[in-house]
Design a protein around this ligand. Structure first.
Ligand code: SAH
Length: 389
């Protein structure tokens, strides 16, 4: 195994157990190293500090262990077993719920790996070449740990890996028919990871959807950026008077409608294909509750300023338009926008709209998306529930 020496003045990050080693921290020659190769990180005195996946680029090594572990099937099985036990302890595999994130990259000490669980079906997504190359080990580890609870494993790597790696979208174990029915908070969802966005469903809003339900009884609700309609289903399941779901993508609206059919709610529902900001600016309805869950407006730090303007415009429009006493659930899933910046942006939007606003809840990602304490970058979802007068 190749050893990479770390620069003396760059020891503090690894000493703190941050799981990324940047290329600038490496003293050794990295020419000729293969993407995805397992390497050891060593100090000047040859002491092994960590072991991880190498990849040419800014993040040169994603650390798998700070001990001299062998990276084999057993290594992955131990990590997956720990993650599985935690999700069971959290009650995520129950009569009411069969959708959760099993492995959240750095948060589950497996940088570059995402594994989502949908009622026995597992979708794996490699965000690093090392994880892609270890896919066979991961597959076998999943089969071992999940046993009878496993129906199929689907790898969805086409969009996350550079084209030269030919990351495919394919079943690695068994097959599942599309769509696949699974439960969140007692609500049924038809999930299609073969054609859907990401791994097929936005699992990270489970807790926030449940909270929205508490505000929805007898209310008229507008769910913008609805995708497959999670917030809409939760509102209807909790006695909303009427729900409107909006997305700019027709396909997303079709998914929402499929989930409505599946659950057979009684209250009226309306689907809207439109741009959220335009629709809100020209609102003709009196809504009691509005949900704003846009895609990440800023994927990189350089785009942050422009993104903040977009968040402000969106929030200001909703704050201006909602009826007195109305509730807004507003989110940002941009990793480069931290919660203080997000809060300040919503406050600035309130100032611009010229209305009185109270903050009722500060929201974040749920516990199956854990944050490694030494990898603050893993905290990405933040939200506020505000009341507007
Ligand atoms: N709230 C959803 C997840 C939102 S993902 C859930 O709970 O599952 C973001 C969604 O925003 C995508 O479905 C995308 O199609 C939609 N979108 C992107 N830009 C938009 C815009 N300008 N107006 C309306 N929808 C938009």
């Amino acid at each position: 195994m190749k050893q990479l020496r770390i620069r003396k003045d760059k020891m503090s990050s690894i000493a703190r157990k941050h799981p990324w080693i940047f290329s600038g921290a490496i003293e050794s020659d990295i020419h000729g190293l293969e993407d995805g190769e397992i390497v050891e990180i060593v100090a000047k005195d040859k002491q092994v500090l960590a072991i991880g996946h190498f990849q040419h680029g800014t993040i040169a090594v994603r650390v798998l262990s700070f001990k001299r572990n062998k990276i084999d099937e057993e290594f992955y099985a131990t990590k997956i077993q720990n993650a599985w036990e935690l999700r069971k302890t959290l009650g995520l595999l129950s009569e009411n719920n069969s959708i959760f994130r099993l492995i959240h990259g750095e948060g589950d000490n497996l940088p570059g790996l995402i594994i989502d669980f949908y009622n026995g079906a597992v979708v794996i997504q490699a965000h690093s070449i090392g994880m892609f190359k270890d896919q066979e080990l991961i597959k076998n580890a999943l089969i071992k740990v999940l046993g009878k609870d496993l129906k199929c494993i689907y790898a969805k790597n086409e969009e996350t890996l550079p084209p030269r790696f030919e990351g495919k979208n394919e079943y690695l174990f068994g097959t599942c028919e599309m769509p696949h029915i699974a439960l969140e908070n007692g609500i049924q969802y038809a999930i299609n990871w073969e054609t859907g966005q990401k791994t097929g469903f936005f699992i990270d809003q489970r807790f926030n959807r449940d909270l929205l339900g508490k505000y929805a009884k007898d209310k008229v609700v507008l769910n913008t950026f609805c995708y497959s309609g999670g917030f809409s289903m939760s509102a209807l399941n909790n006695g909303a008077k009427e729900v409107h779901s909006l997305d700019s993508s027709k396909k997303a609206i079709e998914l929402t409608e499929e989930n409505l059919t599946l659950n057979q709610f009684k209250a009226p529902h309306q689907s809207i294909v439109d741009n959220a900001v335009e629709y809100i600016k020209n609102l003709e309805h009196d809504y009691d509750v509005i949900i704003l869950d846009p895609p990440a407006f800023a994927k990189h730090r350089e785009k942050r300023h422009k993104a903040m303007q977009a968040y402000k415009r969106l929030n200001a429009a909703a704050i201006r338009q909602i009826k007195p006493g109305g509730i807004i659930f507003t989110f940002s899933c941009s990793q480069v926008v931290d919660k203080i910046l997000f809060n300040n942006t919503v406050i600035a939007a309130a100032v611009e709209a010229g209305r009185e606003v109270r903050i009722l809840h500060q929201l974040h990602q749920p516990e199956d998306h854990p944050i490694n304490a030494f990898h603050p970058e893993g905290e990405y979802l933040k939200g506020l529930v505000i009341e507007v007068h």
